[in-house]
Design a protein around this ligand. Structure first.
Ligand code: ADP
Ligand code: MG
Length: 619
């Protein structure tokens, strides 16, 4: 052992301030000190690895590049040793006694102005070496520089304002940090606890980490590897291990970028949509790493909300410099990452849709609702998302899908609008009265089945200059077609009279009644004349709030002057006005049922019974 007396140094004022915050204000997540000390050890090993390439004379040259951790629950110590570059006396003073970077100073300044929230930030992003004082009453740092003729030293401090440095013999190359744990922090000298923490934060550190001689980190940070070096099984194994998944991923995206940010990302689209299966709202499980070290397992804002089903890893070298040090500016950086990542993921979906439409259909059937959510909530990516929407339509087979782009490319020259219809199922829509007019004119109508689709369509509003219009709207101009039985239709003037009588009979319930060529098979239909409160919007509002007061629907009734029932009604009006009135009311109610907006069926049922009674009269 050395004979020289210990030399006492005061910490720089900044360090005192930082230590004070670290020790007294960081209640939560103390375990991150393990991550910080391991990262320092790994940095020191990496530096040595590089030095070895150019330098000949290296102290303790043949030592393995590894990190050895020992726990001692009798002495209550935790020791973290690396065979890295080590530190000379000056380096110990400089690196562990001052805060050298101006970035750190800004970090501190913001902290001193800060709130609880800022403290969470350090908890999240680490405070480096000084985090050791969150759990230790005394920290000793033994170090021997890689330079052969440098003597070795021990740095020690209780974190309260000063540190001592003393020469010490018998050190291996590198650095050994010995923590004497606080009474309340004894769990950190338990091997199992330390292993757990390492697995959580430092699984992918590239140098071996041994705890009491046993290797703990065996995982490869495959996201940093070259794609050609990675086998399919490795990708899937990583998915199961790192993302704690049980299925095989549906899609995988492994990409690197250098500009505008250095990013290595490995993103998995799971095979199933847990949220749709009734689990609680998904939380993004894309972990954020900086050079293989976990920064945050569930970082907020790294992806837009509608991508919360993704799993995987994002690693960015640009992170620590900006995020941890530049304090509150971090959201701008996360925002930038978010933009790059989202754009890249959307590109993957576009490519799938183009090159492997079946895979994309599977994706759509599983995660389509997230795309719809994006269309209604993410203005930045709305256009791209809109292109990813898929629909069944009157021209597709059941279960087959089309896109807005396909719809538009198949449009007739004179067609100005994109038509869609909402209904609970394909059958409901196909059997309803609204489709008839479009079918007769060979116009494609997109089918949507969920209440939220109306919202989605309203948000899309138009595509390639064509407005999206619900096919149950009143004001739709359609080219005229020759209708079957046209010559047997009710003459125009009689039809007009019937319409006038119907309006009179139905009163306030209907806005107007008109004879229409929108009907082919059905006698009548109700269409909505309120552009804002469309019928499906009304249905949705009703579903969300069943007890809300009834809203007056603006309804236009269309009648089919070629239909027997309508023709009969025109005569019955004179011969049996009472029965005609009952039938008129019933026909109108039927159209409301088809529109899904009949408010109170009781009256109608009573009326049907009355009609049946008349029909069942003997004779
Ligand atoms: P950072 O790692 O962000 O630079 P730290 O507070 O963790 O900040 O460490 C401060 C400095 O101390 C490091 O930059 C490094 O120069 C030095 N250091 C810390 N631990 C070690 C170690 N195990 N080996 C060599 N140098 C170290
Ligand atoms: Mg560090």
């Amino acid at each position: 052992m050395s004979t020289t007396a210990p030399e006492k140094h005061e910490f720089q004022a900044d360090v005192k301030q930082l230590l004070d915050i670290v020790i007294h204000s960081l209640y939560t997540n103390k375990e991150i000190f393990v991550r910080e000390l391991i990262s320092n050890a790994s940095d020191a090993l990496e530096k040595l690895r590089r030095i070895k390439i150019t330098e000949k004379n290296i102290f303790d040259e043949n030592l393995e590049l590894e990190i050895n951790i020992t726990t001692d629950d009798t002495a209550n110590t935790l020791t973290i040793q690396d065979f890295g570059i080590g530190m000379s006396r000056e380096e110990l003073v400089q690196n562990l006694g001052t805060i050298a970077h101006s970035d750190s100073k800004r970090f501190l300044q913001a902290l001193s102005e800060g709130s609880e929230q800022n403290l969470n930030l350090i908890g999240q992003f680490g405070v480096g070496f000084y985090s050791a004082f969150m759990v230790a009453k005394d920290v000793k740092v033994f170090s021997h520089s890689w330079k052969e003729d440098e003597p070795s030293h021990v740095w020690s401090s209780d974190g309260s304002g000063a540190f001592e440095i003393q020469a010490v013999d018998g050190q291996r190359r590198g650095t050994k940090v010995v923590l004497s744990l606080d009474k309340e922090q004894k769990k950190f000298c338990k091997a199992d606890e330390i292993k757990r923490i390492i697995k959580e934060y430092s699984s992918f550190v590239q140098f071996p980490i041994n705890v009491n001689g046993e290797r703990v980190n065996t995982q490869d940070a495959i996201w940093l590897k070259n794609k050609s070096e990675i086998k399919e099984e490795d990708y899937n194994e990583f998915y199961k291990f790192a993302c704690k998944a049980f299925d095989e991923p549906m899609l995988r995206l492994h990409f690197n970028a250098d500009a505008p940010l250095a990013i290595n990302a490995l993103l998995y689209t799971p095979a199933s949509n847990m949220e749709a299966m009734g689990f609680t709202r998904a939380e993004s499980e894309v972990a954020l790493y900086c050079r293989k070290v976990l920064i945050d397992a569930e970082p907020k804002g790294l992806f837009p909300e509608w991508l919360r089903f993704l799993k995987g890893v994002v690693d960015s070298e640009d992170l620590p410099l900006n995020i941890s040090r530049e304090t509150m500016q971090d959201s701008a950086l996360i925002q930038k990452l978010n933009l790059v990542l989202t754009k890249r993921y959307l590109k993957q979906l576009e490519e799938e849709a183009k090159k492997r439409p079946e895979t994309y259909e599977t994706f759509w059937n599983t995660f389509g609702n997230f795309i719809k959510e994006g269309v209604t909530s993410d203005f930045t990516h709305k256009d791209k998302l809109t292109k990813l929407l898929r629909f069944e339509s009157s021209l597709t087979d059941k279960g087959k899908l089309t896109s807005l782009a396909d719809y538009v490319s198949g449009m007739k020259e004179e067609q100005k609008e994109i038509y869609y219809l909402q209904g609970t199922s394909r059958e409901t829509i196909e059997n309803g009265p609204y489709l008839e007019a479009f079918k007769a004119r060979n116009l494609e109508v997109l089918f949507v089945y969920q209440p939220i689709d109306e919202f989605v369509m309203n948000h899309v509003r138009e595509f390639e200059g064509k407005t999206l219009v619900s096919a149950d709207q009143d004001e739709i101009e359609l080219e005229s077609v020759t209708q079957k039985d046209a010559d047997e239709a009710l003459p125009q003037d009689e039809a007009d009279k019937l319409c006038g009588w119907l309006k009179e009979t139905l009163g306030e319930r209907v806005e107007s009644v008109r004879a229409s060529d929108r009907l082919i098979e059905s006698p009548a239909m109700s269409s909505n004349s309120d552009k804002f409160m469309t019928t499906s919007m009304r249905r949705m509002m009703k579903q969300m709030n069943p007890d809300a007061p009834e809203m007056e629907a603006k309804v236009v009734m269309h009648i089919n002057p070629r239909h027997e029932l309508v023709k009969n009604l025109a005569t019955l009006r004179d011969s049996n006005p009472d029965l005609a009135k009952t039938i008129a009311e019933q026909v109108f109610d039927n159209t409301l049922v088809e529109a899904g907006i009949l408010e109170d069926p009781k009256k109608m049922i009573g009326r049907v019974y009355k009609l049946l009674e008349k029909l069942s009269l003997p004779g």
